[in-house]
Ligand binder design. Structure first.
Ligand code: NAD
Length: 296
């Protein structure tokens, strides 16, 4: 039976480290500031934003939520982003997705200053990631959190075959770059990959990361014995339960290590967002945080 990678426990350790580093910053009169922009009243987004606010408050990070009505114009959102770009008390800006149709979400993401781009969606930061540039820049939090999970589970990446299912800008694409930077050999699959090719590649993979939102796409006969399986997918089924992309019951006995849904990748995303906020604050104020503090 595989090791079950406990995302809740690892996320808890990340948050504890964030709190410690925040205390270091507060001791120098630096308050890490996170601005969250929520446009409209999508109930799921409201819950996400509340969770982010609560988690930030627990670690000592100052968070401010800007709730804008569903009829807000693009110019109004842009004006707010520009104001926050110039607000010295704000280190990190997050635009909650999705936004109402009259607003071009990508243009708004692009308007967030690269040095405050806590989600790592700005093309400048994406370019640095894909060029494997040295120095600090923010990277999308779900893939960054997955790298922490793998590190904590002592999963070797160099010289291994990693197969990623899903090529979104949120997960698959940045993960491809992060994995490749660790000297893994990486294959990125998507909805147009033929089923038989997906099956053949998965069978050879040392590490499988699935981020498709297709319930039980990864089955036991797709997985090589001893592979590590990371399930990013979350689908709410008709009975209200959550289902990942992986057929957990069937795959777990074959895998070396596996993440559950829920309780795997999910809890890492907010913890990593807070980690990135503290990193950005330290960068802005040119403060050295404790060496290796992210190595929980
Ligand atoms: P998305 O809809 O933007 O992208 C889905 C990707 O899956 C696409 O690239 C598509 O080509 C690919 N895909 C679809 N069918 C496929 C198949 N049969 N084989 C291979 N690839 C296939 O989704 P997203 O935003 O990247 O999210 C993916 C899933 O991960 C969703 O279930 C989402 O809820 C979940 N998610 C979880 C977290 C978290 O914190 N745990 C964060 C982000 C996304």
């Amino acid at each position: 039976m595989a090791e079950i990678i406990d995302g809740r426990a690892i996320a808890q350790r990340v948050r504890a480290q964030v709190a410690t580093q925040t205390q270091r910053l507060l001791a120098e009169n630096i308050i890490p500031g996170l601005a969250v922009i929520l446009v409209g009243n999508d109930p799921a987004s409201e819950i996400y934003v509340r969770n982010k606010e609560r988690a930030a408050a627990k670690t000592g990070i100052h968070s401010e939520t800007f709730k804008l009505s569903a009829t807000t114009t693009e110019a109004e959102v842009l004006a707010l982003i520009q104001r926050l770009n110039h607000d010295a008390s704000i280190d990190a800006i997050l635009l909650q997705s999705p936004v109402p149709g009259q607003i071009n979400e990508q243009a708004m993401q692009d308007a967030i200053a690269p040095e405050k781009d806590v989600d790592g969606f700005n093309p400048t930061n994406i370019g640095k990631l894909f060029a494997n540039r040295a120095g600090y820049y923010p990277v999308a939090n779900t893939p960054k959190g997955i790298m922490t999970l793998l590190e904590q589970a002592h999963v070797e990446l160099a010289q291994r075959l990693v197969v990623i299912l899903g090529r979104s800008n949120l997960v698959g694409r940045p993960l491809f770059a992060l994995m490749e930077a660790q000297n893994a050999s990486v294959v990125l699959l998507h909805r147009f990959t033929p089923d038989d090719l997906r099956h053949q590649l998965l069978q050879q993979a040392d590490v499988i990361i699935s981020a498709t939102g297709v319930p039980k796409l990864v089955r036991a006969d797709d997985v090589k014995a001893g592979a590590t399986v990371i399930d990013v997918g979350i689908t709410r089924l008709a009975d209200g339960s959550l289902q990942g992309d992986v057929d957990f019951e069937a795959v777990a006995p074959k895998a070396q290590a596996i993440t559950p849904v829920p309780g795997g990748v999910g809890p890492m995303t907010i913890a990593t967002l807070l980690q990135t906020t503290v990193e950005l604050a330290a960068e802005h104020h040119q403060v050295e945080l404790e060496a290796g503090w992210q190595n929980i």
